[in-house]
Every structure is written in C-alpha cells, then in structure tokens.
Design a protein around this ligand. Structure first.
Ligand SMILES: [Zn+2]
Length: 298
C-alpha cells in the first residue's frame, strides 16, 4: 500500500475532506461560545464526529483531517479541558480511522492530524508555545496520523512556532496558510497582514511537505496561488471557506454552491493545485460534486 507521502510525491490528485466543525453544527451540535467546542465534541459526541468523517469518505475524500481544531494542551487547559488533552487528540485520530473502517471504501483513505497555529493568549514565551504544539503533534503522530497539518497560520511569528513544534513529531509537515488580500489586492496573512512572499521566507525554512490555503475565501485563492508558485515548487492544496462559518455571518460574502465550487476548483487545478478540500461551509456534497467532475480532468 502506498503511503500518503508516496501518493503526494507522485503528483496524484487527492481529495481532502471539507469542514468538520460546520458539519457538526449543521447536524445539531450546540456550542454556545466555548472556543474549544469542536474538540469537546470528540469526547461528548464521538458518534456525531465519526458520522461526519464517514460521510466524507463516502463523498470521495482520500484524506481525513482529525477534528482537533484548537485542541493543543494550552488551548484546552485555558478552557477547562487541560487534563483530557491527550485523550481528545488520541480519540480524534481513532474516530477518523473507525470511520474509514466502517465505510469500507475500496480506495485507500489516509488520516492527517490538525494542529491550530493559535494561542489562547499572547503572554506565553515562544519556547512554551513551540513545546505545546510539539506535544500535541507527537500524540497525533503516535496515534497514527500520517502528517501534521498546521492550520490557521494567519500570523507569521505564531505560524513559525507552530510549524517548528509540529516538526518535532517527525512526520510530514503540511502548512495551512490563512490569507486575505490587502487594499492593494496583494495576498497577506490574514491576522498580521504580512505579505505572503515575506511570510513564506520565514516559514519555508522549517521544511514543509505540502502548502495549502486554509480558512481563506475562495475568491482570494487565485491570487494566493500566484504568489506561492513563485516561491514553492512542491505540492499545493486549497481548503477554502464556503460561508457557513460557525461564527454567524463571518464569511457570508463567500457563498457558492457545490457546482460553483467545482468550477473554481478547475481553475485552481490549472494553477497547479493537486490537493483539494474545504473548510467552513464546504460539506460532503461539495466534495462529491467536485470529485465526480474533476477526477478525470486532474
Ligand atoms: Zn474555515
């Protein structure tokens, strides 16, 4: 059986899953204003989390991303789940593998671990932040994740710390950059506003296997890919929003149907994208529609 690394390296076109958090809320998960609600669901609603993963496998995802957004030990500790951080991360990997097993898909489906490059507060020393990301990544890797995707890199300094920590897990490192366009329509990291090419100069030396744009508006991805291609010849992926953020109206301007997503994806593929998924609002129907229409083209 080829590893995920072999498949990525060969240039095979691979489908990720779509958003997990927005699928959980669409299926009735109530989260109030608990920032760690999606990680909490791993403990409190494992069947629901597994069911979302199963639907993505059925829809055609080749890679599932663990439901571990904001599940670093420091983040969970800040929100009352510190003692269970290891259990949450291990269980999240197990739920993804169980979903693959339950569906019994004939094709091979991989699991990668999600680590969020965000901190509960800005007061922690860099070494501490790096260590916390390292601990989470090592648990995800030991539980069977084939790669770590550091998501929500919207700040260059925090992104670099998270990548350096995740690297210590010793498995493939994927970066998920969250970008937007500034007033001159240049791609920037969405929180610190650093130009994408300058951010890449800071992040690439860590040693990355794949670079994706995550939590990024679909309308901005074309410009982001153009800059990325000037600095990176490795595999590129896109994980755009389709509006239904768990935060009401947050991405409301970026609404599109599965068919429109497929049309956008065709353009990204022309720009060199080999790994396609989605986040907030991109559900199983989007992946199914894209897979049906794109596989041959890719
Ligand atoms: Zn998102």
């Amino acid at each position: 059986m080829p590893t995920l690394y072999d498949r990525v390296k060969s240039g095979e076109f691979l489908f990720l899953d779509g958003g997990t958090g927005t699928e959980l809320t669409r299926r009735g998960l109530q989260h109030g204003d608990d920032p760690c609600w999606s990680a909490r669901a791993v403990l409190e609603q494992p069947d629901l989390v597994r069911a979302v993963h199963e639907d993505y496998v059925r829809a055609g995802s080749d890679i599932l991303i663990t439901n571990t957004f904001r599940a670093s030990p420091m983040m969970l500790e800040a929100h009352g789940l510190g003692e269970r951080w290891e259990e949450i991360n291990k269980t999240a990997v197990r739920l993804a593998y169980e979903a693959i097993e339950n569906v019994g898909a004939k094709r091979q489906v991989h699991v990668i671990g999600s680590v969020s490059a965000i901190v509960p507060d800005g007061t922690r020393p860099p070494e501490e932040v790096r260590r916390q990301h390292s601990r989470q990544s090592q648990v995800l890797a030991a539980a069977g994740a084939e790669a770590i995707l550091v998501e929500m890199i919207n700040d260059t300094t925090q992104g670099r710390l998270a990548l350096e920590g995740a690297k210590e897990a010793g498995i493939a490192l994927w970066a998920g950059l969250s970008c937007s366009l500034n007033e001159r329509r240049e791609p920037v990291l969405s929180a610190d506003g650093v130009l994408l090419d300058q951010a890449l100069a800071q992040l690439l030396p860590v040693g990355l296997r794949v670079i994706c744009f995550t939590h990024t508006m679909a309308a901005d991805i074309g410009a982001c890919l153009e800059v990325l291609r000037q600095h990176w010849t490795g595999p590129m992926g896109t994980i755009p929003h389709a509006s239904r953020s768990p935060v009401p109206n947050q991405y409301a301007a970026d609404t599109y149907t599965p068919e429109e997503y497929r049309a956008k994806a065709r353009k990204w593929i022309t720009s060199g994208v080999r790994i396609l998924g989605g986040c907030c609002g991109v559900g199983p129907e989007y992946i199914r529609t894209a897979r049906e229409g794109i596989q041959l083209l890719a």
